[in-house]
Ligand binder design. Structure first.
Ligand code: COA
Length: 176
């Protein structure tokens, strides 16, 4: 239980891949390949894992593109679900994205994934659209629901963005 266990977050590393693949295979009807996770590590994505008493029990992968992020994958090991760990992981991921200047998060979720849909709704994600037949499923295809969340930037992130804006202006002015 999170209340009794020591919870920690860190970035995904190559040594974590075996555990992450185990969780992914148990969680996703069409699991990502190990190559996809390697690509994430080698990219500028935000890849956070959650550890409970030093055991890796979940991960959250998000793209970071200036003010926007796409939450690509979040999973908690089935044995550790419904204990508040997904919530802690999402909080941490959003906090870190916000520090990087992200104000808008997008994601897709399977129409049939009721627990994840509840999870996102509870976290103030708004259902804004549908991708028809977006996912492969056991009996063909199923729709993907698109959710977004707008976050107010932390004051630090706002100042950083403001500074970058003016630096860019100064550089382009110098270049004539
Ligand atoms: C979605 C997921 C990450 C949630 O993680 P979790 O640790 O089980 O979630 P938490 O215990 O922190 O629950 C947070 C909230 O999510 C919702 N929720 C979580 N599991 C739920 C379930 N089985 N049924 C309904 N709502 C659920 C609830 O609103 C819950 O709040 P509450 O406990 O106050 O009711 C987890 O279910 C998971 O790994 N699922 C498989 C992978 C997946 O589908 N990822 C999303 C892909 S888009």
């Amino acid at each position: 239980m999170p209340g009794k266990s020591k919870i920690r977050f860190k970035s995904l590393e190559f040594k974590d891949l075996e555990k992450v693949m185990e969780i992914e295979t148990l969680s996703n009807p069409t699991p990502w390949s190990i190559g996809s996770f390697i690509d994430c590590i080698n990219s500028s994505y935000q890849n956070i894992v959650i550890l409970s008493d030093n055991l890796l029990v979940g991960f959250c992968i998000s793209t970071v593109n200036f003010t926007e992020s796409h939450l690509l994958n979040i999973s908690i090991h089935p044995n550790y679900r419904s204990q508040g760990l997904g919530q802690l992981l999402l909080n941490e991921s959003e906090r870190e994205l916000n520090k990087k200047g992200v104000s808008d998060i997008f994601l897709e979720v399977r129409n049939s994934n009721i627990s994840a849909i509840n999870f996102y709704k509870k976290n103030n994600y708004n259902h804004v659209g549908k991708r028809k037949n977006y996912y492969r499923s056991s009996d063909g295809r199923e729709d993907g629901l698109i959710f977004t969340k707008h976050m107010h930037l932390s004051s630090f992130a706002s100042i950083s963005r403001f500074s970058i804006f003016f630096l860019r202006k100064i550089i382009s002015f110098d270049r004539g």
